[in-house]
Design a binder for this molecule. Structure first.
Ligand SMILES: [Zn+2]
Length: 439
C-alpha cells in the first residue's frame, strides 16, 4: 500500500472516518452488524440506480434493493468474478461516477495481465483512515520515519533504495536481495533508524537471515514491523521478531480494496467489519462450514465509481470460532490459507490449494516452493538451513501426500534462493503446468 499525495486531498473526511474508527473500537458485534447493514443498503441502492451491470443483474434475478436488507441477504446476489470485471468493465462504472472523483487502478500483476478497475475518492479516504488506524495500533504516528522493503520500488539502475522526502521513508527494493546488497541495506537502515519497518515477509526474512549470517547487529529497535502482500509464516515471524526486537503485525488487503484483515496487539487477525462484508465461499459459491477454508468474497462499502459486490478475491481463509481478548467484536480470522490459484492439480483432477499447512511446523529450511511441472510431477524447492536433516524431505513428502495423494511424483531440490516473481513477491505454490494468468 502506498499513499499518493492526492490522497491528502480530503483531510476532513479522513479525520472523520479515523475518529469514527476510534469509536467503533468499542462497538458490540450487534452494533457492527447494524453499521454494516446501513452501509450495505446505501451501496446496493446506488448500484441498482446507477450501475448498468447491477441493474441488469438485479432484474435478471428478480431482485430490488429492498430485497437486500441485511448482510444475510447478500447470498441472493450472484458473485462477481475477476473475468466479469474484465468483460463488463464499462457496464460496471456508475453513470454518475464523476461525482466521486474516479481514477483507474490495477492489481500489480505477477505472471500475466493486471486487472484494471475504477476506484474513487471514498476508497482513498477509507484506505488512508483505516491504515492510519491500524498502523497507529502498531505504533505509527504521522511523519514518523519508516522503511519499506517490497516490490514498489523498481530501480532502473543498480540502486537498491531511495529516500522519499514526502513520506519520510526509505523505500528499499525487494528484487535483488543477495548477501552483498543485504549487507548494504542493513548498514543503511542502521543509520536511518526507522521507527516502523514495513515489507513483504519474504524480503524481511531474507534481511533478518543476512543479519544473523553476517553477525550484523542492526543497533536500533523499531516500534514494530508491519508485513503484507504474502503469507507470513511462523518461522519468518520468529526470526524477524528476533532480529528487529519488536512485534510483527501482519495485514491482509488488496488493490481492489474489498477486504481488510489486520493483526491486533493480542495477535488475532481482525476482519474490519467497518470496511466491508466478508464471506467465505466454497467452489460452488456456498458459504463454507465452520472451521473450513473458503474463498474470501467481499462487498466494499466505499467504491461508488465501480461497486464490487460479492467480489471473489482468489484468496483463502479460515475463520476462528472465538472472539479476540482485546475486546473488539470483529470477526476473527484463524488462518490465511494462500491463494486459490496457487494450486496443484492431481492426475485425478483434484485441485488442491491449501498447502501452507504442510510447511507450518517443520524446521530444516528457510523457504519452500512447490511447483507443478507436468501433469504427474511436482518439484519442491527448499532453501535448507542448519537444522536440515535427511528426514526433513521425508516428513514433507508424507505431509504433501496426505493432501495430494500418492499418484504425483514428488522431487525435492535444495537451492540457495528462490527467485521472486516480477512483482517482487515470493509464492509458496506455483503451477508451471497450468499457468495462472492473474494476480
Ligand atoms: Zn484483537
Amino acid at each position: 500500500m502506498k499513499f499518493k499525495l492526492s490522497d491528502y486531498g480530503y483531510p476532513l473526511e479522513i479525520w472523520n472516518l479515523y475518529r469514527f474508527l476510534q469509536k467503533s473500537n468499542g462497538y458490540t458485534r450487534e452494533q457492527l452488524v447494524d453499521y454494516q447493514n446501513k452501509k450495505l443498503n446505501a451501496i446496493i441502492e446506488h448500484a441498482y440506480s446507477h450501475v448498468p451491470y447491477y441493474r441488469e443483474l438485479f432484474e435478471k434475478n428478480q431482485l430490488k434493493p429492498p430485497d437486500i436488507q441485511t448482510v444475510e441477504d447478500l447470498v441472493k446476489i450472484p458473485v462477481l468474478a475477476k473475468e466479469t470485471v474484465r468483460e463488463r468493465f464499462d457496464d460496471l462504472i456508475a453513470d454518475n461516477a464523476i461525482r466521486y472523483k474516479p481514477y483507474l487502478n490495477r492489481t500489480s500483476g505477477s505472471t500475466g495481465t493486471p486487472l484494471k478497475f475504477m476506484q474513487d475518492k471514498n476508497v482513498s479516504i477509507a484506505r488512508f483512515a483505516f491504515f492510519w488506524h491500524i498502523w497507529r495500533s502498531a505504533g505509527y504516528r504521522p511523519y514518523l520515519k519508516w522503511a519499506q522493503i517490497d516490490g514498489m520500488f523498481e530501480p532502473d539502475d543498480d540502486s537498491i533504495w531511495r529516500y522519499d522526502l514526502q513520506m519520510n521513508s526509505l523505500q528499499i527494493s525487494a528484487y535483488s536481495l543477495n548477501e552483498q546488497n543485504c549487507k548494504k541495506i542493513l548498514k543503511k537502515i542502521s543509520t536511518f533508524r526507522p521507527k516502523i519497518v514495513r515489507g513483504f515477509p519474504s524480503a524481511l526474512y531474507v534481511l533478518a537471515q543476512a543479519s544473523e549470517n553476517l553477525n550484523f547487529d542492526i543497533q536500533f529497535k523499531p516500534k514494530s514491523v508491519i508485513t503484507y502482500s504474502e503469507q507470513l509464516y511462523p518461522f519468518q515471524r520468529e526470526l524477524i521478531n528476533k532480529v528487529f526486537g519488536c512485534p510483527v503485525y501482519n495485514i491482509y488487503s488488496m488493490w481492489e480494496a474489498v477486504c481488510l484483515i489486520a493483526e491486533c496487539a493480542s495477535g488475532s487477525q481482525h476482519q474490519y467489519m467497518e470496511f466491508s462484508v466478508m464471506e467465505l465461499l466454497d467452489k460452488n459459491n456456498s458459504p463454507v462450514q465452520k472451521g473450513e477454508s473458503g474463498e474470501i468474497t467481499a462487498t466494499s462499502f466505499y467504491n461508488y465509481a465501480m461497486p464490487f459486490i460479492r467480489y471473489k478475491t482468489g484468496d483463502l481463509a479460515t475463520l476462528a470460532e472465538d472472539s479476540c481478548s482485546c475486546g473488539r467484536a470483529h470477526v476473527i480470522v484463524k488462518d490465511m490459507d494462500g491463494r486459490k490459484d496457487d494450486s496443484i492439480i492431481t492426475p485425478e483432477g483434484n485441485r488442491i490449494s491449501r498447502l501452507s499447512r504442510v510447511f507450518r511446523n517443520t524446521d530444516g529450511y528457510n523457504y519452500a516452493q512447490v511447483r507443478q511441472v507436468s501433469e504427474k510431477e511436482i518439484v519442491v524447492l527448499l532453501v535448507p538451513n542448519d537444522k536440515f536433516q535427511e528426514n526433513t524431505t521425508d516428513q514433507l513428502k508424507q505431509e504433501l501426500q496426505k493432501r495430494l495423494g500418492t499418484s504425483l511424483k514428488i522431487e525435492f531440490r535444495l537451492v540457495d534462493d528462490i527467485e521472486p516473481l516480477p512483482n517482487g513477491k515470493r509464492r509458496l505454490v506455483v503451477n508451471d503446468w497450468i499457468r495462472t494468468d492473474e494476480e
